[in-house]
Each structure stands twice: as structure tokens, then as C-alpha cells.
Design a protein around this ligand. Structure first.
Ligand code: HEM
Length: 366
């Protein structure tokens, strides 16, 4: 049974951890005006996550006295750790005038600017704190978020949430899964230590307390599956720049063949169309910029018109959110995927390093 320890000296679990099968992502608004309340919440969350990651409850399910109330809600009893990780993030609002923490604001933490094609719904944006719970059993991830949300009472309230039912990225030893467009997602992602250092972990240009931390950009992206499902396969391949079943670049035949963005067909056109998703997003065409994608498929059932309401919870980690802004500013303008997708939710968080045993996430702030 896989269990990821919460305490450590490096990075929080849930970033480089091989993606588990399910997620529950939750963003919170701080409602307290007292920094000490925030500190206590982070200390309690940290201690609770350490327990949950071992497959333990937080407090008793059945109190000894029949007239007492149980502390843990109980739905994860007997399920085990299931690879649970809960990753804590800090939104820009934690560093506003309310808590006196402005001098410690992570260097690159600011609300994302408006970007082309944004269709953001205010109720699905922002947040002062975030929790990303991932596990191989959806009930274990849900129980973690439910438990931690109950603990926030009086200090923070829920803002927006997405439940992801299938992973849409792969670790180095995993088979690449598929997103709801039916294409393999996560084929070309960050794997090397050098790329993690260069593109994922906060650098020496950041606040000293952010060393080993990262930044999370979360986007809820709706996919118009009804429209996509009527598109002919040759066009779907041209939109993505890869083949559907194998996931090969249009210049290759196997999934992990390196795409050749220079290759031309007989009429002189690029074989991988310049407006395809991968041509626009690839590091070769973006001054080397890379991000770590760790997304999940989601569904919200059906919408008011009876259409399938589904998409991608895009979760990406990077050393500076500017990496995402650079890519999305371009994708939002010309990506052929835009005909089928809409960015409806958005938030950015600084993700501190792991907490050492006996301490808690964010202790250096207070
Ligand atoms: C690659 C799908 C949104 C950045 C890919 C691939 C697919 C895909 C199928 C090819 C397989 C792979 O290498 O992983 C989607 C879908 C999206 C979406 C369905 C929205 C619903 C985004 C966004 C960004 C992004 C918003 C960043 C702003 C990338 C990058 C690659 C990639 C960097 C790797 C390109 C390469 O190096 O070849 N995506 N994507 N994607 N995507 Fe997306």
C-alpha cells in the first residue's frame, strides 16, 4: 500500500509524486482578520494531513461516551492511505494588508492578468488558500478535503472546487492516460532533475522561505465534448498536432518520437500545423519554457441545456507563473483547441516547501 510521508526537508508531496488517479481541489477565502488564526489553521492542517497520509483518522469516529460527538466523519475508515497527498497553496490574498505579511510575499505571487480567450466565471476564480488532495481512491481524497474544510470553520470558507475523476498526466513509470478529448495527455512533460530545478522549484531569486517551493496555476477548462465528438479524426489530429490512438507527433509514428516542427509537406506547409496545440505549447517554440502539468479530467454532470458538462482541471507547477502566462497568452490567441475549450476557472498559489517533523507548512511566515 503506497503512503507518502507528509514531513520532509524538501518539496511538498503532490507535485513530483507520480500522479494518483483522483483529485479533489479546493480553494478557500480567509474570513478572519487575525494572523494568529491563519497560523493555527496551517499548524492544524499540517498535523491532520500527516495523519491522513498514513491512512489514519483525525480524532475518533466513535467517542467513548454515547452522548459525545465523533470527531472524524469516518468515511475513509478501513480504506488505507491510497497514496494520499494534500498539497497546501497560498493565494495572493494571504499577503494583503490584513495579516501584516506583505514583506514575506513570494516574489512571483500576484493575480494572473486577463489573457486572450478567458471566459472566467468570478465564482470559479481566486482564493487565499488552496488544497490539492490526490489519491488512488476518490473517497480518500474526498474525506481529506472534507475533514480539512471542517477544521477551517471560523477562519476560512470554501470558494471553489473541482473533483477530478481521472488523471490526465503521467509520471516516468506510468502509462500516459487520456483526457476527455480521447488524446493521450502528459506525453511530453518534465521528468529530469535539471528541468525540475530550472522550471519547477522556486529559485534563489525568491523569498528564502520559498526554497523548495513552487507555484501552482489552476485552471478549470470546459471542453465542448458534443462539438468535438462530431469533428473528423484528421481534423482532431491537426488540432492537437498528434495522432489520437498512438499519440505520436504528426512527424513520427510512436508516442515518444520527438516532434519535428521544421518538417514540411510537399506543398511547403508544416507537417505539424503551426496553430496546433503542441506546436504552440512546445518548449522548442517558446524560448525553452516548460511547465509541469498535473491535470485531471472532471465532470459536473449535465448543464442547464442537457449537454455534458465536462473538461480538464489543468494543474501546473512552475518556478514563476510567468511561464504559464507566456504560454497561455499565445495559446489563447491562436490555438486551434480554442474552438472546443473555454477557460472558466482560474487561480494562482505559491506552494511552500515541505514542513519538517515538529513544524508546519508556512511556519516561517509568522
Ligand atoms: C501537450 C491537451 C490545455 C500546455 C498537450 C497534449 C495534449 C494536450 C493532448 C499532447 C500530449 C502531451 O505531450 O502531453 C490539452 C487540453 C487542454 C490543454 C485538452 C485543455 C482542455 C493546455 C494549457 C497549456 C498547455 C492551458 C498551457 C498554457 C501544454 C504543453 C504541452 C501540451 C506545454 C507539451 C507540448 C510539447 O512539448 O510537445 N496538451 N491541453 N495545455 N500542453 Fe496541453
Amino acid at each position: 500500500e503506497v503512503a507518502h510521508p507528509f514531513y520532509g526537508s524538501g518539496h511538498q508531496a503532490g507535485i513530483r509524486t507520480e500522479p494518483q488517479r483522483y483529485t479533489v481541489f479546493m480553494s478557500y477565502d480567509l474570513t478572519t482578520s487575525v494572523a494568529r488564526d491563519v497560523e493555527v489553521l496551517l499548524a492544524r492542517w499540517s498535523a491532520a494531513i500527516a495523519q491522513l497520509a498514513k491512512g489514519l483518522t483525525v480524532g475518533s469516529v466513535e467517542p467513548h461516551r454515547p452522548d459525545a460527538v465523533g470527531v472524524d466523519s469516518g468515511e475513509a475508515l478501513d480504506l488505507g492511505p491510497e497514496g494520499l497527498t494534500v498539497t497546501i497553496g497560498f493565494g495572493p490574498g494571504l499577503f494583503d494588508e490584513r495579516y501584516g505579511l506583505a514583506a514575506r510575499r513570494p516574489r512571483h505571487l500576484a493575480e494572473l492578468p486577463a489573457m486572450p480567450s478567458d471566459q472566467l466565471q468570478p465564482a470559479l476564480t481566486g482564493g487565499d488558500l488552496s488544497l490539492q488532495a490526490c489519491a488512488d481512491d476518490p473517497q480518500v481524497a474526498y474525506h481529506a478535503i472534507r475533514t480539512l474544510t471542517r477544521m477551517a470553520k471560523g477562519t476560512a470558507t470554501t470558494r471553489w472546487t473541482v473533483t477530478g475523476f481521472g488523471r490526465a498526466s503521467a509520471g516516468p513509470t506510468q502509462q500516459t492516460p487520456r483526457n476527455l478529448m480521447g488524446f493521450k495527455d502528459g506525453t511530453r512533460n518534465i521528468v529530469d532533475d535539471a528541468d525540475y530545478e530550472r522550471w519547477v522549484w522556486a529559485g534563489s531569486d525568491d523569498q528564502p522561505w520559498m526554497t523548495g517551493g513552487s507555484y501552482l496555476v489552476a485552471r478549470k477548462i470546459h471542453i465542448a465534448t458534443e462539438t468535438w465528438d462530431t469533428d473528423r479524426i484528421s481534423d482532431q489530429n491537426a488540432v492537437v498536432g498528434r495522432t489520437k490512438v498512438e499519440g505520436a507527433p504528426l512527424t513520427g509514428s510512436r508516442e515518444h518520437d520527438v516532434p519535428d516542427f521544421e518538417a514540411r509537406d510537399a506543398s511547403g506547409q508544416p507537417v505539424i500545423p503551426a496553430t496546433s496545440h503542441v506546436a504552440l505549447a512546445a518548449h522548442e517554440n517558446n524560448g525553452g519554457v516548460k511547465i509541469l502539468r498535473r491535470g485531471y479530467n472532471y465532470t459536473e454532470g449535465i448543464d442547464a441545456l442537457g449537454q455534458i458538462d465536462a473538461g480538464l482541471l489543468f494543474l501546473a507547477y512552475m518556478r514563476d507563473p510567468q511561464q504559464f502566462i507566456t504560454l497561455q497568452t499565445k495559446l489563447g490567441r491562436v490555438d486551434r483547441l480554442n474552438e472546443y475549450i473555454a477557460h472558466i476557472g482560474s487561480a494562482v498559489f505559491a506552494v511552500p516547501p515541505a514542513a519538517r517533523q515538529g513544524s508546519y507548512i508556512g511556519a516561517e511566515l509568522f
